[in-house]
Design a binder for this molecule. Structure first.
Ligand SMILES: [Zn+2]
Length: 207
């Protein structure tokens, strides 16, 4: 189902109320036709309105009066890489950001496949190199990774989830956060799924 703007506002509020976003951290966007609607700059997920959302075309040119989040370039990059994408959820949620800030991080795949749902949804979790928020270099890496996976972390920053619906992107962002939480809870005691178990899952539940 095509996302709509009220769904975006309600999703942001739900994420805020459940502690996935705080202050003015994070941003969301949806694609409807050839227009991207994004959270406005400096906004809180808890207080968005449909009228306050920022609209632009696929190149980032504004089509309405509101100024989008300064992180818009990597949203646009995700839509370029994935023509079927209709939503991008970017969070600074606590556990994903904690993992993204760890020493000795596997930059090609930051989290182990601890659960079946995570393994089915996330083929790999690459980490976008650290650059200041809004730096256009972030978009270059996001565009590269988004061709092979809908999920990534941003070094010392947060997570990005891409979906064909807003519900799918949001569920993916929550899955990344919960797996990051399990990973930090378990530490050395973790027992990830093995390659054979993951291959069986992917064969059985392939989309
Ligand atoms: Zn951010």
């Amino acid at each position: 189902m095509q996302p709509d703007l009220l769904e975006l506002v309600q999703t942001a509020k739900s994420l805020y109320e459940r502690g996935y976003s705080f202050g003015t951290a994070g941003n969301l966007s949806v694609r409807i036709g050839d227009i991207i609607y994004a959270t406005p700059t400096g906004s809180s997920f808890g207080q968005l309105t449909v009228e306050g959302l920022a609209a632009c075309d696929l190149s980032g040119k504004p089509t309405g009066p509101n100024k989008p989040t300064k992180e818009l370039p990597f949203h646009l990059a995700a839509y370029r890489a994935r023509p079927d994408a209709r939503a991008v959820v970017h969070l600074h949620s606590t556990y994903a950001t904690a993992v993204a800030s760890m020493r000795d991080l596997d930059m090609q795949n930051a989290l182990p496949p601890l659960t079946a749902y995570y393994a089915m949804r996330v083929p790999s979790l690459p980490v976008v190199s650290y650059l200041p928020p809004g730096d256009t270099g972030l978009a270059v890496e996001v565009e590269k990774y988004a061709k092979t996976t809908p999920a990534m972390l941003m070094r010392n920053h947060g997570s990005i989830a891409i979906g064909t619906t807003l519900l799918e992107a949001t569920a993916l962002a929550e899955e990344i956060e919960e797996t990051a939480r399990l990973h930090l809870l378990l530490g050395e005691r973790a027992h990830p799924l093995n390659d054979a178990e993951i291959a069986t899952l992917r064969a059985r539940f392939a989309r």
